[in-house]
Design a protein around this ligand. Structure first.
Ligand SMILES: [Mn+2]
Length: 401
């Protein structure tokens, strides 16, 4: 059996910018290629770029994700242990989990659930779907993204057990130690359930294969880093007989990442060096406008100021992200002010979470994670929050305030 794995399509990414079609173009290319040779398609989370996508994004997403339903039947039979409309699996079945970008509080519908309601895919959360074709069985297990600190507990309690008579694939969407900075992850590769033929983790946009753990990366570049600039995007096919194949996307833009260091430079020096670099890129042939990340760092001579527009002027055929961290004294202060503002905003949210956590603890509350409750409150849905607390509090009665 052949399972295409298309991760982190981030549909709707860059909406309102010159890149607003990219997520759809690249997801569509991946799906069209996958449909030619695969029996089923797995989407390990972050299908969308946001938890409440605008209608225009939803419309485009539905067009793209209806392609597998319209494709020629792969002949695979699916049993997901729940009702699945006939048409959902009449072409090439799609099995998805939701990721961090889509996660919402339990009582609120996330966009992957919306797609499932329309019959475009089968969504798993601590569940599995059995696939069968020509006497071969593959079981796809899926745990949708949960807050990182809950991930070990949710995984332990779910305790997915591979089926001895089948190939077993597990889909996750979490941080895993060794792939992100240490404090961000609560799961190590050693904590992952044993005896799976393949574990696919979404979320990490850089691809890698380590034993049976696959990070297939995103189909779209959401952040140009030095490493991501080198790495072409694509998707994988897991062939149960022959292993993993990578398929590179042709519609992706060429990426450039450059850091320029200056020491006590004049604005003119900076401008000239930057423009020479951009001219070289602009002289090359590109099927699509390339993405350029240019970082200017170091120091500007006192009294000099840089006009970014003068650097990028005339390069309409390049999508430039100009990161100017050149500092003169005034500039440093402006950045510091902005950072302070940002910090203050964050700390209000953190303080809110902390207060909520403490109050819930005092009230002996054991219901949904505080983070989810916080999201409901953040949305201003006080009634929903109260109902949830009453329903889920230990005693079933309100606590002491
Ligand atoms: Mn992602």
């Amino acid at each position: 059996m052949r399972l295409a794995i298309i991760s982190d399509t981030h549909l709707g990414f860059g909406w309102g910018t010159r890149r607003q079609e990219d997520s759809f173009t690249q997801a569509e290319e991946a799906l069209n290629k996958a449909l030619q040779t695969s029996d089923a398609i797995l989407l390990p989370g972050d299908v969308f770029d946001s938890r409440v996508p605008r209608q225009e994004v939803m419309e485009k997403a539905m067009r793209v994700l209806s392609l597998p339903l319209q494709a020629k039947s792969s002949g695979v039979k699916v049993n997901a242990g729940k009702h699945v409309p006939e048409y959902t699996v009449s072409g090439v079945p799609v099995i998805a989990i939701h990721g961090t970008h889509e996660r919402r509080a339990r009582d609120l519908a996330n966009p992957v659930q919306t797609l499932e309601a329309a019959g475009l895919l089968i969504r798993l959360h601590c569940g599995k779907a059995m696939l069968e074709k020509d006497g071969e069985q593959v079981v796809v297990f899926g745990m949708s993204g949960v807050p990182e600190s809950y991930a070990p507990k949710v995984l332990r309690e779910w305790n997915p057990a591979p089926d001895a008579g089948a190939k077993n694939v597990l889909m996750l969407h979490q941080n895993i130690k060794g792939y992100v900075y240490e404090e961000a992850a609560f799961i190590s590769p050693a904590d992952l359930p044993k005896d799976f033929d393949l574990i696919v983790n979404g979320h990490i946009h850089k691809r890698s294969i380590d034993k049976n753990l696959l990070h297939c990366g995103s189909t779209i570049t959401t952040q140009i880093t030095r490493e991501e600039a080198r790495e072409p995007k694509g998707f994988y096919v897991y062939d149960t007989r022959h292993g993993l194949e990578f398929h590179e996307l042709e519609t992706q833009r060429t990426k450039y990442y450059e850091v320029m260091e200056f020491n006590n430079a004049t604005a003119q020096e900076v401008r000239e060096r930057a423009r020479t670099f951009l001219e070289n890129i602009s002289a090359e042939k590109h099927a699509r406008e390339p993405l350029v990340k240019l970082k200017l760092s170091g120091t500007l001579r006192t009294g000099e100021s840089l006009n970014k527009a003068e650097i990028t002027k005339g390069f309409g055929s390049i999508i430039i992200s100009l990161d100017d961290s050149l500092s003169t004294a005034e500039f440093r202060k402006r950045i510091k002010d902005l950072k302070d503002q940002q910090k203050n905003r964050q700390s209000i949210e953190e303080l809110g979470m902390k207060l909520l956590n403490e109050n819930l603890k005092q009230a002996d509350y054991t219901g949904m994670p505080a983070e989810e409750l916080f999201t409901i409150l953040e949305n201003g849905d006080i009634d929903a929050a109260i109902t949830t607390i009453y329903r889920q509090s230990k005693s079933g009665k309100p606590g002491n305030e």
